[in-house]
Every structure is written in structure tokens, then in C-alpha cells.
Design a protein around this ligand. Structure first.
Ligand code: KIV
Length: 299
């Protein structure tokens, strides 16, 4: 169990008079915090916008949890945290480790973990084994897969076996080597039709929501109108049912960000200034000072 429950210890009888145990039990029953899950997100179609951000670590997940409906442990972790050039090199072990951290740090947001490149595009039964491993080892509420010709059949296979799946259409970062870079998609009629068909197939296969990445506004609106489950946009205009950003982008940790990112902080500047102040203090021998020093106890 990931969250210690305040219920009485297992050997203790519920009927014995035990005020502390009873109080703990009733506090547990009244605890209003329940983690959101796939049906809650699916029910928000056309309603209150769904707020999503990526998260990769426990402390950041704990900070984001209050503001977000959904935290995505995106395979962007490969680029953002591990310095990879794209997401192709991300492994199951990386996703599980970061998924576990985000589950430990968060409490109320739904946690979705990306299935990494190579873990779901082949046989549906192999995708099932990998998805089930992610669910069991992290405790997350769903997995996400990027679209492709074989993927709707796999989504159907996973959902029928109890694994909630989020789809991902438009710009597909895992397909960057075949799609030719991180460029907006759906700008020609042929590509537009293909992406719309992929979104329909993803939703029809049973996905509870679909990420729409890097597409022009009219296509994002058409996808949102065409499918019965929520669309979560990233670089896909306000015409989606919800929005997601890579947290490190919106916090201003990088010099360059794509056009669709709005920076809500300048953490790169703050961290650089903090490091410079620390370095100056160490060099001037003003850190550590008395306040940061242990002294012997007086006899
Ligand atoms: O990996 C990721 O962070 C994502 C988002 C960009 C949606 O898939």
C-alpha cells in the first residue's frame, strides 16, 4: 500500500472499546481525498477544463498535486531529466522508477505513466505484460501510448483486460526518427485526415482520453468534436478539453522552449542566482555561519 492508512492495527477487534482506534477509523472514512481515476477524467468531456502537467520526481509531484487533475510521468523524462536527444532511448526501468516516485509524492491527482518506445507496438500480449508491470510496480492509474497503425488493436486488448489507456495523436515524439523532427502536424489535407482517423480509432478502441500534440487549431477542434472522450492539448490550441505542458518548460528551466509554451516562472534564473550566491559565500568563508554550525553541548 502506498499511503499508510490510519485504520486500526489488524489484530485489534473493531468492537473493542478503543477511542483512539475508532477516531482514526472515522477520520479515515471522512478523508475527502480520493485519487482521480480514468472514469473521472472521461466524465469531464466538454466540462471543466482538465489540468495536467508532467512530473518525474516525488517532491515536484507533491507540489503539483494540489493544482492538477492529472500528472503524466511522460517519457519526456528521457530528455528533460536524463539529457537524451529524444525519447527513443527511454526504458521500462526508467518509467517505473519515475512512476514510483510520482506516486509516492502525489495523493489526489490521477497518475498516468508513458509506455516507452518498443514496449507496446508489437504483439498486444507483450504490450499487456509491459503495461501490467508498469501498473503493478508503480501503482499508477493508467498508461499512455502514442498512435500508430498497430496501436488501436493494442488499446482494445489492454482496456478489455483492465488497463486504462490514454492515447496520443498528432506530433508523436517516439516517432521523431520516421516523422522527421519535432514539427507541428496536420497542416496538409492528407495528414489532417490521417490524424483525425487516428484520434477516432484511438477513442473507439477504448482510450479514456487522448493527448493531441502539435497540431493546428482547426484540427484540434475537429478532433475534440469528433471523439466522445476528452482531448488534452499540448501545442494544440484552446480547442481541447484540457491542457498539458512539460513542467520544466513552463517553469523556465530551459533557454529554448517551443512556441506553445507559456513560462510561469524563471527557475533557471533563480537557480543560477542561488548557486552564484552560495559560491560567493563559500569563497568568502561566510558560509557556513554560526546558524548553520553544530557546537559541543555545554557540560
Ligand atoms: O512525454 C511527455 O511528456 C508527453 C507530453 C508531451 C504529453 O507525452
Amino acid at each position: 500500500m502506498l499511503w499508510p492508512s490510519p485504520s486500526p492495527s489488524p489484530g485489534r477487534s473493531r468492537s473493542s472499546s478503543n477511542t483512539k482506534g475508532d477516531a482514526a477509523l472515522s477520520a479515515h472514512r471522512q478523508d475527502p481525498v480520493r485519487r482521480l481515476a480514468a472514469p473521472d477524467i472521461a466524465a469531464r468531456k466538454g466540462g471543466e477544463p482538465i489540468v495536467c502537467l508532467t512530473a518525474y520526481t516525488a517532491p515536484v509531484a507533491a507540489i503539483l498535486d494540489e493544482a492538477c487533475d492529472l500528472l503524466l510521468v511522460g517519457d519526456s523524462v528521457g530528455m528533460v531529466v536524463h539529457g537524451l536527444p529524444n525519447t527513443v532511448g527511454v526504458t521500462m526501468e526508467m518509467m517505473i522508477l519515475h512512476g514510483q516516485a510520482v506516486m509516492r509524492g502525489s495523493r489526489k491527482a490521477m497518475v498516468v505513466v508513458d509506455m516507452p518506445f518498443g514496449s507496446y507496438e508489437g504483439e498486444p500480449s507483450i504490450a499487456y505484460d509491459n503495461a501490467a508491470r508498469i501498473m503493478k510496480e508503480t501503482g499508477c492509474q493508467a498508461v499512455k501510448v502514442e498512435s500508430g497503425p498497430t496501436v488501436p488493436a493494442t488499446i482494445d486488448y489492454l482496456v478489455k483486460r483492465g488497463i486504462p489507456v490514454m492515447g496520443h495523436v498528432g506530433l508523436r515524439p517516439q516517432a521523431v526518427l520516421v516523422d522527421g523532427g519535432f514539427k507541428a502536424k496536420g497542416r496538409t489535407e492528407v495528414e489532417r485526415e490521417r490524424i483525425l482517423a487516428e484520434a477516432r480509432a484511438t477513442a473507439d478502441a477504448g482510450a479514456f482520453a487522448v493527448v493531441v500534440e502539435g497540431v493546428a487549431e482547426p484540427l484540434a477542434r475537429d478532433i475534440t468534436a469528433a471523439i466522445a472522450v476528452p482531448t488534452i492539448g499540448i501545442g494544440a490550441s484552446a480547442g481541447c478539453d484540457g491542457q498539458i505542458l512539460v513542467t520544466d518548460d513552463m517553469l523556465g528551466l530551459f533557454d529554448w522552449t517551443p512556441k506553445f509554451v507559456r513560462r510561469y516562472a524563471d527557475l533557471k534564473g533563480e537557480i543560477a542566482a542561488a548557486a552564484a550566491s552560495y559560491a560567493a559565500d563559500v569563497r568568502a568563508r561566510t558560509f557556513p555561519g554560526e546558524a548553520e554550525t553544530y557546537f559541543s553541548k555545554k557540560p
